[in-house]
Ligand binder design. Structure first.
Ligand code: ASP
Length: 440
């Protein structure tokens, strides 16, 4: 069985629905289909989910939301009309509108985008509609009940011939609707793939998978054909949002691969995300490059710091007490650097430094801002000599000063700290160094 999830842009209008039907019917194994709500049709368009959140907000302030609801109505009516569907879309929309006006919860309102799209898609595909409330179960605190959900998914979906299950939401024990975070239909698809033990989880979107580097920085970067869950974690952590960050967790234990595919170019192979122990492939040395700007380094020096018991605990607790998460902590014998994103620091730098002075009694403390972090990720690094030499030579040749280096113990990535201004140049230098070699 294959679980096929289609994102908002893949179901934004009737033309996209036609493409989706072709894809689904082309392979009889695509038995569970998970739709998002209609996304943007063009740059200035609205996502239906955003409009639904707006309706809820207006209604909760006792303001009219009809104008916004009309836009939602128009989207769904247009799709049904173009596809000649007989589904009673008016009554469905009237019911949702009524519930919003009667004070339905924010999560209920947001979930209706997927719910209605699911009803339409099921009708169009001639498939069974199975509401996500039947299979995705949350506990009273709004946290996914994994055990219960796995059981429900297996019982309800394993023998389904072809079913459509809307993404993004489920229900708690009382039947109240709960949504995942934004983009959460990716998570629904993964949970279902795990529950039915699918052979593949396909995630259909509007790009042909992941690229080896950001196309805004590197001209026409090569696609990533295969990547492991762990490598993807390293890359997504630095900001490469094609897939919801949490979507790999449900399928990871059973090692079910995820394939990112392009609804608009179904002939493209896309990117296959595979088990960490998957060894049949011969990986390139570098799978991908990703990074982010705007970090601050707080550098703390203290002679014999490693001999002082509890020094690290005291240092880290200053950050914890100020509710600041730490990104990295490279260290040497008598000094340690704490790297924090500026977003996290949020004006707390002088307070943090003052408290470190009080609690840790350092010989010296200084802060440097405007640093960027760049992760060079590749499972092929472990068995390849000279990778770091190549990375650093490339940076040297482009006259880039390296401020920090750290290699994860899994040898899956090399993390480099450079000035914000050198970020784009560094990505290009490293990308070119490795892709020239691979071409030889
Ligand atoms: N429609 C929801 C959103 O816009 C969920 C999703 O698309 O996965 O965030």
């Amino acid at each position: 069985m294959i679980v096929a999830k289609f994102g908002g842009s893949s179901l934004a209008d009737s033309q996209q629905f036609i493409k989706v039907k072709n894809i689904v019917t082309e392979n009889p194994d695509r038995r569970i289909v998970v739709p998002s709500a209609p996304g943007k049709r063009h740059g200035k368009d609205h996502k239906v989910t955003d409009l639904l959140y707006m309706c809820h907000q207006l209604s909760s302030h006792n303001l009219h939301f009809d104008e916004v609801f009309q836009l939602i109505r128009g989207r769904y009516e247009g799709i049904c009309k173009d596809l000649n569907l007989e589904i009673d879309i008016e009554s469905i929309l009237d019911q949702v509108r009524d519930n919003i006006s009667k004070g339905a919860s924010r999560d209920y309102c947001a979930s209706r985008g997927e719910y209605i799209n699911g009803l339409i898609l099921a009708d169009y595909l001639g498939a069974e509609f199975i509401d996500a409330t039947e299979v995705i179960r949350f506990n009273a605190r709004g946290v996914l009940n994994e055990i219960e959900t796995e059981k429900l998914v297996e019982d309800r979906l394993l023998n389904a011939e072809r079913a459509v299950v809307p993404g993004f939401y489920g229900a708690d024990e009382d039947g109240s609707i709960i949504t995942f975070s934004r983009g959460g239909s990716d998570v629904t698809g993964s949970i279902i793939a795990n529950g039915i033990g699918a052979k593949l989880y396909e995630n259909w979107t509007d790009v042909s998978g992941f690229l080896k580097a950001d196309p805004k920085v590197v001209h026409d970067p090569l696609p990533i054909r295969e990547i492991t869950y762990k490598e993807l974690r390293e890359l997504s952590y630095m900001g490469a949002p094609v897939l919801h960050e949490e979507a790999i967790f449900p399928v990871r234990t059973k090692g079910i691969p995820i394939q990112i595919r392009n609804t608009n170019k179904p002939e493209d192979p896309g990117t296959l995300i595979v088990n960490d122990n998957w060894s049949e492939s011969s990986p390139g040395i570098i799978t991908g490059l990703a990074g982010k700007k705007d970090f601050t380094v707080i550098s703390v020096e203290k002679t014999q710091m490693t001999a002082e018991k509890g020094f690290l605990r005291k240092l880290v607790s200053v950050f914890e007490a100020n509710d600041v998460t730490i990104e990295h902590m490279p260290s040497s014998i008598d000094s340690i650097s704490v790297i924090v994103s500026d977003k996290e620091l949020n004006g707390k730098l002088s307070k943090l430094m003052e408290e470190i002075r009080i609690y840790c009694n350092p010989d010296n403390i200084a802060a440097y801002s405007k640093m960027a972090l760049l992760a060079v990720v590749g499972r092929g690094m472990i068995n390849t000599k000279g990778v770091s030499s190549k990375v650093f030579t490339a940076l040297y040749k482009d006259d880039i000063n390296i401020r920090m280096i750290s290699q994860g113990s899994s040898e899956l990535n090399i993390l480099i700290g450079i000035e914000n201004d050198d970020f784009d140049k560094s990505v290009r230098a490293i990308y070119n160094a490795f892709n020239e070699k691979e071409a030889n």
